[in-house]
Design a protein around this ligand. Structure first.
Ligand code: SAM
Length: 307
């Protein structure tokens, strides 16, 4: 298979770059499927390239035409909308493939954020690749990455857990499978289930793990609450479900996985080439352990109280 052809980005000269703002607009992009990220709340969060592509598209495949029309109207874009959602994929794919064969430009958008991320589209991408048509992504907003970057938890390795099962028993089972994963975990969650989901997370993953609840990202009432899983579970247990949309981020199982010996070894290595403060900061960032705790351990190590 020719990977270069299948996944090559659209040529900047053809689709945007310096020419994209010229009064005559960009020239028509090559035929293919374009996965276009759209705002997750703030309507201004859309790239110039996305707007150019949506303007040039012969058809825009979307989940809910009312949601997509609102975005298009905001930017004065007139377009042919076709439905592509969880319930019509099997019937809609042949139509989209026929359009691509006929040389059309088809955009795929979801209601919000990056298509295919807990949204429909992967079977369509697979079918388009198998049929040998051009497919490319126009990156942009995603609640997953926005929450991860705001959480204040390690970002070097993360696992996207999507939506957890709605029922507690199945949810706990799914969480138990993820308990030992040495990475930050990111979950989408419906607000009505947030208190019980956090309680299950605290019990199954460990209440001392650092976590964050990112709500209404990019919107007027954006809030990020950070604490341990036990603290957040208690907070939402008291307050009840919040309004809006949320993403839950859970730090790695550093305390459980990292024994004191491992922590001491990491600190000793860091202390060999940096100050106490720098070594504690670096190890805290790498492990996700609270800075104060790591600093106290480093202090004791340096004072010779340990080892
Ligand atoms: N594909 C989307 C993306 O890339 O952001 C995710 C789609 S998924 C069906 C919708 C879920 O994303 C919501 O239930 C919520 O968990 C999360 N979400 C979407 N927008 C959000 C926002 N503005 N603030 C917080 N969470 C959001």
């Amino acid at each position: 298979m020719d990977e270069t052809r299948d996944f090559s980005p659209v040529d900047d000269e053809i689709l945007g770059g310096a020419d994209s703002t010229a009064s005559q607009g960009p020239s028509k992009p090559p035929a293919g499927l374009y996965l276009v990220a759209t705002p997750i709340g703030n309507m201004a969060d859309i790239t110039l390239r996305a707007l150019d592509l949506l303007r040039a598209a012969d058809a825009i495949a979307c989940e809910d035409s009312r949601v997509t029309l609102k975005l298009l109207q905001r930017y004065g874009i007139k377009a042919r909308l076709i439905a592509y959602h969880d319930h019509n994929g099997a019937e809609a794919r042949p139509d989209i493939l026929r359009r691509l064969e006929a040389g059309q430009v088809v955009a795929l958008v979801s209601d919000a954020g990056t298509p295919l991320i807990s949204d429909p589209g992967y079977k369509l991408v697979r079918a388009v690749v198998e049929a040998g048509h051009h497919v490319t992504a126009l990156p942009g907003p995603s609640a997953v990455l926005a929450a991860l970057s705001l959480a204040g938890l390690p970002t070097d390795r993360f696992l996207f857990g999507g939506f957890l099962p709605p029922r507690s028993e199945a949810r706990r089972k799914a969480l138990a499978e993820l308990k030992a994963v040495p990475a930050t975990l990111v979950f989408l969650e419906g607000v009505s289930r947030l208190p019980e989901a956090l309680a299950d997370m605290a019990e199954t993953l460990g209440g001392t793990r650092g976590a964050a609840v990112a709500r209404e990202l990019t919107k007027l009432f954006e809030t990020v609450r950070r604490g341990t899983l036990a603290e957040l579970a208690a907070l939402y247990g008291r307050e009840g479900p919040p309004k809006g949309e949320v993403v839950v981020v859970v730090g790695p199982p550093a305390e459980e996985a990292m024994g004191e010996g491992d922590l001491d070894a990491a600190l000793t290595a860091a202390l060999a080439h940096s100050s106490l403060r720098e070594a504690a900061a670096a190890v805290a960032a790498a492990t996700g352990l609270p800075r104060r705790q790591v600093y106290a351990r480093a202090l004791a190590l340096k004072a010779g109280e340990i080892g």
